[in-house]
Design a binder for this molecule. Structure first.
Ligand code: HEM
Length: 119
Protein backbone atom coordinates (compact mmCIF):
# COMPACT_ATOMS: atom_id res chain seq x y z
CA UNK A 1 0.00 0.00 0.00
CA UNK A 2 0.94 3.63 0.36
CA UNK A 3 2.05 3.18 3.92
CA UNK A 4 5.81 3.35 4.05
CA UNK A 5 7.89 0.98 6.12
CA UNK A 6 8.89 4.03 8.17
CA UNK A 7 5.25 4.62 9.14
CA UNK A 8 4.79 0.94 9.97
CA UNK A 9 7.82 1.18 12.29
CA UNK A 10 6.09 4.02 14.14
CA UNK A 11 7.80 6.98 12.50
CA UNK A 12 10.49 8.97 14.28
CA UNK A 13 9.24 7.94 17.70
CA UNK A 14 9.13 4.25 16.76
CA UNK A 15 12.57 4.20 15.15
CA UNK A 16 14.00 6.12 18.10
CA UNK A 17 12.59 3.56 20.56
CA UNK A 18 13.83 0.59 18.50
CA UNK A 19 17.37 1.99 18.26
CA UNK A 20 17.45 2.90 21.95
CA UNK A 21 16.27 -0.62 22.86
CA UNK A 22 18.87 -2.13 20.52
CA UNK A 23 21.66 -0.12 22.19
CA UNK A 24 20.58 -1.29 25.65
CA UNK A 25 20.70 -4.89 24.39
CA UNK A 26 24.13 -4.39 22.79
CA UNK A 27 25.43 -2.94 26.07
CA UNK A 28 24.20 -6.04 27.88
CA UNK A 29 25.50 -8.62 25.40
CA UNK A 30 28.99 -9.98 25.99
CA UNK A 31 29.18 -11.33 22.41
CA UNK A 32 29.33 -7.82 20.90
CA UNK A 33 29.66 -5.18 23.63
CA UNK A 34 33.46 -4.98 23.32
CA UNK A 35 33.05 -3.89 19.69
CA UNK A 36 31.37 -0.70 20.94
CA UNK A 37 33.91 0.06 23.66
CA UNK A 38 35.30 3.31 22.23
CA UNK A 39 32.21 4.36 20.30
CA UNK A 40 30.50 7.73 20.79
CA UNK A 41 27.12 6.19 21.54
CA UNK A 42 25.06 9.34 20.90
CA UNK A 43 26.61 9.66 17.47
CA UNK A 44 26.00 5.97 16.79
CA UNK A 45 22.38 6.34 17.93
CA UNK A 46 21.60 9.31 15.72
CA UNK A 47 23.50 7.79 12.78
CA UNK A 48 21.62 4.50 13.01
CA UNK A 49 18.27 6.26 13.45
CA UNK A 50 18.86 8.35 10.35
CA UNK A 51 20.03 5.30 8.43
CA UNK A 52 16.95 3.24 9.35
CA UNK A 53 14.69 6.23 8.62
CA UNK A 54 16.30 6.55 5.21
CA UNK A 55 16.18 2.85 4.20
CA UNK A 56 12.55 2.63 5.35
CA UNK A 57 11.53 5.53 3.07
CA UNK A 58 11.16 8.01 5.88
CA UNK A 59 11.85 11.75 5.56
CA UNK A 60 15.58 11.46 6.25
CA UNK A 61 18.69 11.38 4.17
CA UNK A 62 21.64 9.49 5.63
CA UNK A 63 24.74 11.50 4.78
CA UNK A 64 27.26 9.63 6.91
CA UNK A 65 29.99 7.33 5.65
CA UNK A 66 28.97 4.26 3.66
CA UNK A 67 28.35 1.00 5.52
CA UNK A 68 31.55 -0.30 3.94
CA UNK A 69 33.64 2.61 5.25
CA UNK A 70 31.98 2.62 8.70
CA UNK A 71 32.64 -1.09 9.28
CA UNK A 72 35.94 -1.47 7.44
CA UNK A 73 39.05 -2.57 9.32
CA UNK A 74 37.21 -4.29 12.17
CA UNK A 75 36.85 -7.73 10.57
CA UNK A 76 33.29 -8.19 11.82
CA UNK A 77 32.24 -11.83 11.56
CA UNK A 78 29.11 -13.59 10.34
CA UNK A 79 28.38 -14.51 13.95
CA UNK A 80 28.59 -10.87 15.06
CA UNK A 81 26.37 -9.82 12.17
CA UNK A 82 23.80 -12.42 13.19
CA UNK A 83 23.99 -11.29 16.82
CA UNK A 84 23.19 -7.69 15.85
CA UNK A 85 20.27 -8.94 13.75
CA UNK A 86 19.07 -11.08 16.68
CA UNK A 87 19.22 -8.09 19.06
CA UNK A 88 17.42 -5.90 16.53
CA UNK A 89 14.63 -8.49 16.27
CA UNK A 90 14.36 -8.54 20.06
CA UNK A 91 14.24 -4.74 20.13
CA UNK A 92 11.50 -4.62 17.49
CA UNK A 93 9.58 -7.36 19.31
CA UNK A 94 9.83 -5.41 22.59
CA UNK A 95 8.54 -2.30 20.80
CA UNK A 96 5.54 -4.19 19.45
CA UNK A 97 6.55 -4.10 15.78
CA UNK A 98 4.51 -6.61 13.76
CA UNK A 99 6.47 -9.56 12.37
CA UNK A 100 5.87 -8.69 8.66
CA UNK A 101 7.15 -5.16 9.40
CA UNK A 102 10.20 -6.59 11.16
CA UNK A 103 10.92 -8.71 8.12
CA UNK A 104 10.61 -5.78 5.73
CA UNK A 105 13.28 -3.87 7.65
CA UNK A 106 15.52 -6.93 8.04
CA UNK A 107 15.34 -7.59 4.29
CA UNK A 108 16.62 -4.07 3.60
CA UNK A 109 19.39 -4.19 6.20
CA UNK A 110 20.44 -7.67 5.02
CA UNK A 111 21.55 -5.99 1.80
CA UNK A 112 24.39 -4.43 3.79
CA UNK A 113 25.80 -7.82 4.75
CA UNK A 114 28.60 -7.75 2.15
CA UNK A 115 29.68 -4.27 3.27
CA UNK A 116 29.63 -4.98 7.01
CA UNK A 117 31.21 -8.43 7.35
CA UNK A 118 34.87 -9.14 6.67
CA UNK A 119 35.62 -11.55 3.82
C1 HEM B 1 22.78 -5.08 9.26
C2 HEM B 1 23.93 -4.84 9.83
C3 HEM B 1 24.43 -3.47 10.21
C4 HEM B 1 23.98 -2.23 9.85
C5 HEM B 1 22.84 -1.87 8.92
C6 HEM B 1 24.80 -1.27 10.55
C7 HEM B 1 24.64 0.11 10.46
C8 HEM B 1 25.41 1.03 11.11
C9 HEM B 1 25.23 2.46 11.05
C10 HEM B 1 24.15 3.18 10.24
C11 HEM B 1 26.16 3.04 11.83
C12 HEM B 1 26.32 4.55 12.13
C13 HEM B 1 27.28 5.16 11.16
C14 HEM B 1 27.43 6.65 11.38
O1 HEM B 1 26.44 7.38 11.46
O2 HEM B 1 28.58 7.11 11.46
C15 HEM B 1 26.96 1.97 12.38
C16 HEM B 1 28.03 2.14 13.22
C17 HEM B 1 28.68 1.11 13.86
N1 HEM B 1 28.50 -0.23 13.69
FE1 HEM B 1 27.18 -1.08 12.45
N2 HEM B 1 25.73 -1.93 11.29
C18 HEM B 1 25.54 -3.27 11.12
C19 HEM B 1 26.26 -4.29 11.71
C20 HEM B 1 27.26 -4.13 12.61
C21 HEM B 1 27.96 -5.22 13.29
C22 HEM B 1 27.75 -6.70 13.02
C23 HEM B 1 28.85 -4.64 14.14
C24 HEM B 1 29.78 -5.31 15.12
C25 HEM B 1 29.39 -6.20 16.02
C26 HEM B 1 28.71 -3.20 14.00
C27 HEM B 1 29.44 -2.27 14.69
C28 HEM B 1 29.33 -0.90 14.54
C29 HEM B 1 30.12 0.04 15.30
C30 HEM B 1 31.17 -0.29 16.36
C31 HEM B 1 29.70 1.32 14.88
C32 HEM B 1 30.21 2.68 15.39
C33 HEM B 1 31.31 3.16 14.49
C34 HEM B 1 31.89 4.46 14.99
O3 HEM B 1 31.13 5.39 15.29
O4 HEM B 1 33.12 4.52 15.05
N3 HEM B 1 27.75 -2.94 13.07
N4 HEM B 1 26.48 0.77 11.94
Amino acid sequence: GDRTLYQALGGAEGVDAIVYDLIVRIADDERVVDRFHNVDINRFKSGLETYICSVSNGPCEYTGDSMQVVHAGHQYTDTEFNTIVELLIEAMEAQGVATPTQNRLLARLAQDYEDVVYH
